[in-house]
Design a protein around this ligand. Structure first.
Ligand code: PMT
Length: 330
């Protein structure tokens, strides 16, 4: 296997090594073109009126393949609910179409405007009418129509661009592309990094090509640390953007301390801390000014509504603070 230029010893959590040794992103040219057109359209609309904010929402888990012709992989916990729900509320809270969302999500994870639809099977949505045509069941009619209408509106008005990923290699290459494309928007850009990103991986050049054989006995495998890209995002890819990362822990005793650490170490503007046991019911928004709890008030209430509302306010403050720079951006 070719060892590509710029390689460092596997085991070193190095950004350059990660990108140089990753398999090339399939459809890179098309994705790059789509991103370019999406951002250019936003810049044009902003020039003729109110500036449009752009939020990159990452959502779902990433996989780490164990074989190049992948049969087995390690993945991270995440249904994509947080990212999908937050995308819908963002469109709502920024109001009047003054936000566009780049939704980068794990293939097959929750999608915006689909959360009221049945999870188990789309077949539950439909009935066969007497004339053999297919129609939506009456019980789902209103919700399906609303979902289709909201989704189509978001896409047709250029408010939503979806870019899917599966592996950690795809995720980080896409994040880099999105971030560098959004750099021209300066403080009008926001990153909402809710994806559960793999912390350990097998570098492509160390990976076996074919399916690992169970007849060879127990599997002994060394995983390399995935470099944290948060500092690179802040320093190099989109330095003026407003950055929100998430911190998930299972041990409540270390959660807030880890969130504080992440904020300082990676220069995040906000870290949203959540605990696996109750992540749908409660999160803590950690900023340099203090900590704010955001809770769900029952089964039919998404905490994302208040969370996004709060973050939109903070984004406006950030834009105001960077005032002249943002105006100069567009
Ligand atoms: O999708 P749901 O089922 O609704 O669940 C939502 C969630 C619990 C997954 C979400 O709220 C959440 O907490 N997401 C982040 C989980 C996580 O991976 O935390 P972490 O501590 O491993 O990473 C912290 C941050 O570093 C993340 O914002 C991630 O984007 C970033 N990261 C992580 C690893 C890595 N190698 N590079 C990174 O940049």
């Amino acid at each position: 296997m070719d060892s590509k230029k710029g390689s460092k010893a596997p085991g070193s959590p190095d950004v350059e090594y990660f990108f140089n040794s990753a398999p090339p992103l399939k459809g890179r040219v098309q994705t790059s073109q789509k991103l370019k057109e999406f951002v250019e359209k936003i810049v044009r609309s902003s020039e003729s009126g109110r500036p449009i904010r752009v939020v990159c929402v990452t959502s779902g888990g990433t996989t780490v393949p164990l074989e190049q012709r992948c049969v087995r992989y390690i993945d991270n916990f995440s249904s994509g609910y947080r990212g999908a729900t937050s995308t819908e509320y963002s469109c709502f809270f920024y109001k009047n179409g003054c936000v566009s969302i780049i939704f980068s999500n794990f293939r097959g994870s929750c999608q915006p405007y689909c959360r009221y639809l049945p999870h188990d099977s789309f077949l539950e949505l439909f009935d066969i009418a007497e004339d053999s045509t297919i129609k939506v069941c009456e019980s789902h009619d209103t919700v399906v129509k609303r979902s289709i209408k909201d989704y189509r509106k978001a896409v047709e008005e250029g408010l939503l661009l979806k870019i899917p990923f599966t592996t950690i290699f795809e995720y980080l290459q896409i994040l880099q592309m999105v971030a560098t494309s959004m750099n021209c928007l300066k403080s009008l850009g926001m990153f909402y990094l809710a994806a559960a990103v793999s912390d350990f991986y097998v570098p492509w050049e160390n990976m076996v090509e074919h399916k690992i054989q169970s007849t060879e006995g127990p599997l002994d495998m060394r995983l390399t640390q995935v470099p944290k890209m948060l500092s690179v995002l802040r320093k190099d890819w989109a330095p003026s953007a407003f950055c929100i990362s998430f911190k998930l822990e299972t041990d409540p005793d270390i959660l807030l301390q880890k969130a504080d650490m992440a904020m300082q170490k990676y220069s995040m503007h906000i870290v949203v801390a959540n605990e696996l046991a109750n992540y749908k019911k409660e999160v803590t928004v950690v900023t340099s000014r203090g900590k704010t709890k955001v809770c769900s008030h029952g089964k039919d209430h998404d905490l994302e509504a208040e969370l996004v509302d709060l973050l939109v306010d903070r984004h406006f403050e950030h834009i105001k603070k960077c005032g002249s720079e943002a105006n100069g951006a567009l």
